[in-house]
Design a protein around this ligand. Structure first.
Ligand code: IPE
Ligand code: IPE
Ligand code: MG
Length: 248
């Protein structure tokens, strides 16, 4: 991997990579284990990836889709397990985040989360706010449509209360009211486990993202797999609707 790693680093890294971490349940089922064991293995894969990005790769922004607004529809026992696991993940890595310069952000609807978890999140965001090496965003109780609706409500409130006019409503005004404010749009969105859909992830923000799908199940997704995804990304031509200038 190290030669490919050096090559992708030299070729210009994406600024922001977002990951739909899918396939924990199938990973567990293949081993005749309960889904919860798959989620634990998934948390270890996330830990491994964040360390690798911060210590060896050097991408500035990474977003991990950990729990969707639609995942509330799962059995209560699985929801409770996932939220406890995520709460612990944040709390247990807090010191490591501070020491390694990770700044944590959370996107999604925090009000839907248990109060104790809201506290863990608020503390982690505050404690890591000076981190400059890696901006890690965790999407928790997140849905792209819900994010857009929240932004619309903020705009309507600003218009109703006279802080802006209808003429001020443009793409930039929307972007500044999304949960992801301050984070550039993802250049690359990766989804594991063979599913080829977006599942209400960063809908507005991924308008021009490159999409990368791999059959690898999330708990098996390694730093080497991330390097392969970036290598693939670097071979693509991003046109943003324009045409490439032909020589001659
Ligand atoms: C991803 O794995 C984790 C979450 C969505 C929270 P899944 O739990 O969706 O695993 P599969 O898709 O059932 O294999
Ligand atoms: C998407 O995975 C959400 C997360 C990875 C957190 P799901 O497993 O929930 O997506 P669907 O239901 O297969 O679309
Ligand atoms: Mg899934």
């Amino acid at each position: 991997m190290s030669t490919l790693l050096e090559r992708v680093k030299a070729a210009g890294l994406p600024q922001h990579v977002a990951v739909i971490m899918d396939g924990n349940g199938r990973w567990a089922r293949a081993r005749r284990l309960p889904r919860t064991v798959g989620h634990e293995a998934g948390a270890r894969a996330a830990e491994r990836l964040v360390r690798f990005v911060g210590e060896r790769l050097g991408i500035q922004y990474i977003t991990l889709f950990a729990f969707s607004a639609e995942n509330w529809a799962r059995p209560k026992a699985e929801v409770d397990f996932l939220l406890t696991l995520l709460d612990r993940f944040i709390a247990e890595h807090l010191q490591e985040f501070v020491d390694s310069g990770v700044r944590l952000r959370v996107v999604g609807d925090p009000a839907a989360l248990p109060k104790s978890m809201q506290k863990t999140i608020a503390r982690a965001i505050d404690t890591t706010r000076r981190g400059e090496k890696l901006d890690l965003t965790i999407a928790l109780s997140y849905g792209g449509r819900q994010d857009i609706v929240r932004a619309c409500r903020r705009i309507l409130a600003d218009v109703a209360e006279g802080r802006m006019t209808l003429q001020d409503v443009d793409e930039d005004a929307m972007a500044r009211r999304l949960d992801t404010v301050g984070t550039p749009d993802p250049d690359l969105v990766i989804r594991t486990s063979g599913e080829r859909r977006v599942s209400n992830f960063l809908l507005w923000q991924s308008a021009y993202s490159e999409l990368y799908f791999t059959d690898t199940l999330w708990p098996d997704f390694s730093p080497a797999d991330l390097v392969l995804a970036i290598d693939d990304f670097q071979k693509r031509e991003r046109r943003f609707g324009a045409v490439r200038e032909e020589a001659g």
